[in-house]
Design a protein around this ligand. Structure first.
Ligand code: KG4
Ligand code: ZN
Length: 365
């Protein structure tokens, strides 16, 4: 079936057309309009500006997704859309557009959870990936482990108790004067650190974000504060105003040490989760899954357990419509539909309470 899917939960307005079916997993088009340049001026996403930018971009992105693959609106069998979690004003733009489109074409509207969407990007890496699998989602807003017994059921078995990995990368990147969002720039700087300053003399002894004990939870706030203190002390010692003015040796060694702490911490909990669940298939996805060091670390851990890793190409790690299209297909198969009362939800808690009141517009056929 041909699914048109819309994603607008944060700062990318995205639309994809995908073909999904038995033995068929194809991205026909995947248009992404990024607002990064707009938000870079403020060093972070400004929700009100994000909503307005989505409004300006959404119809153009949908038109581009359709025209670039030559699929006509009458060929669309269903419309998928991210409805939670995310920035409420941003989500509402995609949800409103998707509702109107589905209604006017008289095709099913499929609501998709953004996190399940990230995991679903992995379906495009293999024709054989099927649930059950273990999923690690590392993004700007989430760092969580899920036991996934069937494609639409995600049981959380571990998560961060404070910041997400992406948030921590972005914060440290900003303090070091790197371009927003800091994650990709930290990755590039860390590569210099790993190559030139990865020895005992440059070891900054970062604390691990993996909480000790039996838990599969993480905490990134200690690691973040530790890095901030190192940067501030070095600024003071050298009498410089900005993190950008610190010497390359310090900046690159810090980026490498910080990245290693994140990658080691995340992969050690992934290892425990594989052991605990006995998973044979492991999905790692989300914006931070683009990190080159993390990719190598999780690959090593999963291999050690004799399991198989499914990690989307870097182009499908960040927010995109194709992942929402893939997830929408499985929601469709499980009978999930939405009517024109579909609402957007910023968090799982709000969604749960709306669902209890029967006010989320989602039903099963
Ligand atoms: O999944 P995503 O696009 O949006 C959310 O759902 O949050 O993730 C965005 C996050 C940002 O924090 C960004 O800095 C981070 O992913 N990121 C990276 C890399 N590329 C993007 N973090 C580390 N290394 C990267 N190469
Ligand atoms: Zn995301």
């Amino acid at each position: 079936m041909i699914i048109l899917a819309i994603e607008s939960s944060c700062d990318e307005t995205a639309c994809a057309v995908v073909e999904m079916g038995e033995g068929v997993r194809r991205i026909l088009s995947n248009a992404v309009y990024s607002q990064i340049a707009t938000h870079a001026l403020y060093g972070g996403v400004v929700p009100e500006i994000a909503s307005r930018a989505h409004i300006e971009a959404v119809s153009k992105v949908v038109a581009e997704a359709l025209s670039s693959c030559g699929v006509g609106v009458r060929d669309i069998d269903a419309v998928g859309v991210t409805y939670a979690p995310g920035l409420i004003g941003s989500l509402l733009v995609g949800v409103s557009f998707a509702k109107s489109l589905a209604l006017s074409l008289d095709v099913p509207l499929i609501p998709v959870d953004h996190i399940k969407g990230h995991a679903a990007a992995a379906y495009f890496t293999s024709d054989t990936l099927e649930a059950p699998f273990l999923a690690l989602i590392v993004s700007g807003g989430h760092t969580s482990l899920y036991d996934v017994p069937s494609p639409t059921v995600f049981n959380e078995i571990g998560s961060t108790r404070d910041d997400a990995a992406g948030e921590a990368f972005d914060k440290i990147g900003r303090i070091m004067g790197l371009p927003y969002p800091g994650g990709a720039a930290m990755d590039r700087l860390a590569a210099v650190g790993f190559e030139k300053y990865c020895d005992e003399a440059h070891d900054m002894k970062f604390p691990s974000p993996a909480l000790s004990g039996d838990t599969l939870d993480f905490s990134f706030s200690g690691l973040k504060t530790y890095a901030l203190n190192l940067i501030n002390s070095e600024k003071q010692r050298l009498g410089v105003q900005s993190g950008a003015d610190l010497p390359e040796e310090f900046r690159a060694a810090l980026a490498a040490g910080f990245t290693k702490a994140v990658a080691d911490g995340v992969s050690s909990k992934l290892s425990s989760a594989v052991e605990r669940t006995g998973a044979r298939h492991v999905v790692v996805a989300g914006g931070v899954a683009a990190n080159s060091h993390l990719r190598r670390a999780v690959e090593k851990v999963v291999k050690e357990h004799g399991a198989k890793l499914y990690i989307p190409p870097v182009s499908l790690c960040g927010d995109n419509g194709a992942m929402i299209g893939a997830a929408a297909y499985y929601e469709y198969l499980s009978g999930v539909r939405a009517n024109s009362y579909l609402n957007a939800f910023a968090s799982d808690e709000v969604e749960r309470s709306a669902r209890l009141k029967g006010a989320d517009g989602i039903y099963k056929v």
